[in-house]
Design a protein around this ligand. Structure first.
Ligand SMILES: [Fe+2]
Ligand SMILES: [Fe+2]
Length: 247
């Protein structure tokens, strides 16, 4: 799959089918960035052929400059070896020195890695990218990125949703009533098994503060399609789902 989201933001990636006809997306996002492309997570090794074909289709003769890794689980990093083989000059941007050198030892050389720290903003190939600690994560060291130009928040495992096959290629504005709350609830209850032990009010407050502090116009989750039309509506449904799942 290759779809234009907004401005110079594109979405790539496939999905996996699970029980009872529900599907889970494994997406990769690309900012074309005036000929200096930036890639957000690498996708799964299971989809390497499709991802590399779509990346080549999108980039043409262009060379990606940086791949931002949210965390090191295989759906997010499994395709890194194919990317670094195709474009050996690409740099990986990670949140912690432990991650690339302990968890990606066969794929990564020291000079390929850049470190980014939550709470900072840095220019990559001329584009300011802000880094945040992931509020909802399944692996320590997970960080999120924010691109102010498109208003896109790259949220790794948060804001995903399960969906029936026919919704695979559709953004929120291409579904009759947006993404249903039940799809969001089912995904988060499965992806974050600890949530029933957590205060829903606390999680909800953290997200309210996050969205008060930034003008987020697009959500880019790995396990769902980009939310590009109505972020507040989607976040409202997410907040309701959190209250149902949490304490
Ligand atoms: Fe994860
Ligand atoms: Fe994931």
């Amino acid at each position: 799959m290759l779809r234009h989201v907004v401005d110079d933001l594109y979405q790539i990636g496939e999905s996996l089918s699970g029980a009872n006809g529900w599907h889970e997306a494994v997406r990769v996002y690309v900012l074309l960035n005036d000929g200096n492309p930036l890639i957000f997570d690498s996708g799964s090794h299971l989809h390497s052929g499709q991802i590399m074909s779509r990346l080549r289709e999108l980039l043409g003769d262009g060379q990606p400059k940086h791949v931002f890794l949210t965390h090191t689980e295989l759906p997010h990093t499994g395709n890194i070896s194919a990317i670094t083989k195709a474009w050996p000059d690409v740099h990986l941007v990670v949140s912690s020195g432990i991650l690339p050198h302990v968890e990606l030892p066969w794929w990564v050389t020291e000079d390929q890695v850049r470190f980014a720290y939550a709470g900072t903003t840095e220019a990559y190939a001329g584009r300011d990218i802000a880094f945040l600690d992931g509020i909802l994560k399944d692996q320590p060291g997970t960080h999120w990125m924010f691109d102010g130009r498109t208003g896109t928040l790259f949220t790794a495992d948060a804001f995903g949703y399960f969906f029936p096959a026919e919704a695979d290629p559709r953004f929120d504005d291409e579904l009759e009533n947006g993404v249903p709350m039940d799809w969001i609830r089912q995904y988060h209850a499965s992806a974050f098994r600890f949530l029933p032990l957590v205060s829903g009010a606390k999680v909800s407050d953290d997200f309210t503060r996050l969205f008060a502090a930034r003008d987020v116009r697009v959500l880019a989750p790995t396990h769902g399609n980009a939310v590009r039309r109505d972020v507040p509506r989607f976040v409202g449904k997410f907040q309701n789902a959190i209250h149902e799942i949490c304490q």
